[in-house]
Design a protein around this ligand. Structure first.
Ligand code: CA
Length: 137
């Protein structure tokens, strides 16, 4: 954080958001392949906990992105509501929401698209991992 930013630090450490380089994935990991394999009886169709978590990450985005404006992006209000309801952080200060929006909105269009949201979740996931490691030392 630069010395000129005197507002409270983001509760999510959003200032340290990484740039997301999207790797190309082995085709066997892609959802249509998984579903097709399930239909062929190659594996149980039931989702594993990790697959459920991925599905929840996607459906949670769309649960809020469809409320106003573009259905494919989160507005500031939609992001604030998602954080309040899905991360149980309660009401965020307006300045914290502004800081988070500024950190996440890499293309500066005042909306959070799915890639920007993915960076947010990745950052949270890294913080959870740090907490997990500290707790298990
Ligand atoms: Ca954006």
């Amino acid at each position: 954080m630069s010395p000129t930013q005197e507002s409270e630090p983001s509760p999510l450490g959003a200032a340290a958001l990484p740039a997301l380089a999207v790797p190309s994935l082995p085709w066997v990991l892609l959802p249509p392949v998984r579903i097709h394999q399930g239909l062929l009886g190659l594996h149980p169709v039931m989702e594993t906990p990790l697959e459920k978590a991925l599905t929840t990450m996607v459906t949670t985005f769309h649960k809020y992105s469809g409320r106003e404006g573009s259905k494919l992006t989160l507005s500031r209000r939609e992001l604030k509501e998602l954080i309040k309801k899905e991360l149980c952080l309660g009401e965020m200060k307006e300045s914290s929401v502004d800081d988070l929006m500024k950190s996440l909105d890499k293309n500066s269009d005042q909306e959070i698209d799915f890639k920007e949201y993915s960076v947010f979740l990745t950052t949270l996931c890294m913080a959870y991992n740090d907490f997990f490691l500290e707790d298990n030392q």
